[in-house]
Design a protein around this ligand. Structure first.
Ligand SMILES: O=C(O)CCC(=O)C(=O)O
Ligand SMILES: [Fe+2]
Length: 346
């Protein structure tokens, strides 16, 4: 086995300045190397207005102080049949699953309001949000976070394009009106009851001489890139190419970035989606992933890269529904959104 690989830490301050510079080229190169080697990177040097300081994450976590009664209207339909939302909304703790978490999935309406909602498409449905009186100021914080992460996703997306030797505006149209998902997660310490009928030893993990338990089993994310704010408690691990797992340390004022399946498919496998998992080491943990995603009707077709393996173009929304409903969280919803097909492209 090779030595465990470190997660590279990359200062992306220069990416927020639209002008080309040596610093920007250095960041582009470091990102391209992370994309082809470690598959994970820590990004620092975010513009000052991007709200990821610990105190700002703390404000978002206020959602977990909602009472059960206040959460009820936010639950996905699967958990409360009279609610209309099937894709966005609250997911409660459930026993008997390999993952053990609760939280909320939010869409672009948290940042841009009703104008971006289309209730005929589950991927564009309204996000159920707590009323202002339940959590004063929270919606504004959530909206600012969403917009901040979109900006980070945008500068990374352009750096990735340059790193591939492409025009850096090549992805712009696909991400205009994107449907990124902003998720708040709380992982409590696993209780005995949380295992339900599962075999507990199958969910027990030993790593570097320590024993923990799965909170999230190995998977790749479906989107383009994922921007993850960790909240001081370790647990995330990335798969090294030698097959081992590397700890991704929680570092304040930075984001962990991993590459998603959409980017892998779009680049014909040039950039591989990163497998990762979450281990509980006996402490409650919070994390805030932002899945940076294109618009539903973006046509994903082969990029003009050398040696690109051709594939049949598809719509992002069709692909996303198919991959999302493979996750246990959304299993059983496949039929709720038939593929729209390329004729639905704008
Ligand atoms: O909690 C984490 O650190 C990662 C969460 C994750 O992998 C996901 O939600 O896809
Ligand atoms: Fe993930």
């Amino acid at each position: 086995m090779t030595r465990p690989m470190m997660i590279p830490s990359i200062d992306i301050a220069a990416l927020f300045d639209p002008a080309a510079s040596l610093a920007r080229e250095a960041a582009d190169r470091a990102i391209a190397a992370a994309a082809s080697e470690s598959g994970f990177m820590l990004v620092t040097g975010l513009a000052a207005h991007i709200p990821i300081a610990p105190a700002q994450l703390q404000k978002l976590k206020r959602a977990f102080a909602l009472t059960e009664q206040q959460r009820r209207p936010l639950l996905r339909q699967k958990f409360r049949p009279e609610n209309q939302n099937i894709y966005r909304g609250w997911f409660p703790l459930q026993n008997g699953f390999e993952t053990y978490k609760e939280g909320i999935d939010m869409g672009p309406d948290v940042a841009y309001g009703d104008a971006v909602i289309d209730n005929t498409d589950p991927l564009r449905e309204a996000t159920p949000l707590p009323p202002e009186s339940d959590l004063p100021g929270w919606r504004a914080d959530a909206g600012a976070y969403y917009r901040g992460m979109e900006q980070v996703g945008g500068v990374l997306m352009r750096a990735i394009a340059r790193g591939l030797g492409l025009d850096d505006g090549i992805f712009d149209a696909a991400f205009k009106g994107g449907i990124s998902t902003f998720r708040l997660i709380r992982y409590p310490v696993r209780s005995d009851a949380s295992y339900g009928n599962l075999q507990r030893d199958r969910l027990t993990v030993t790593h570097d001489g320590r024993t923990g338990y799965f909170l999230g089993t190995p998977h790749v994310d479906s989107g383009f890139v994922t921007l993850l704010a960790q909240d001081g408690v370790e647990g995330l691990q990335a798969r090294h190419r030698d097959g081992g797992w590397i700890d991704v340390p929680p570092t304040d004022n930075s984001l962990v970035v991993n590459f998603g399946k959409l980017l892998e498919r779009w680049t014909g496998g040039r950039i591989k989606a990163t497998e990762h998992r979450v281990i509980g080491w006996g402490q409650e943990r919070y994390s805030i992933p932002f899945f940076y995603e294109p618009r539903v009707d973006a046509v994903i077709s082969p990029l003009p890269l050398a040696d690109m393996q051709a594939f049949t173009p598809f719509l992002y929304g069709d692909y996303l529904w198919q991959s999302t409903t493979k996750f246990v969280e959304f299993a059983g919803l496949e039929h709720r959104r038939p593929p729209r097909g390329l004729s639905a492209a704008q």
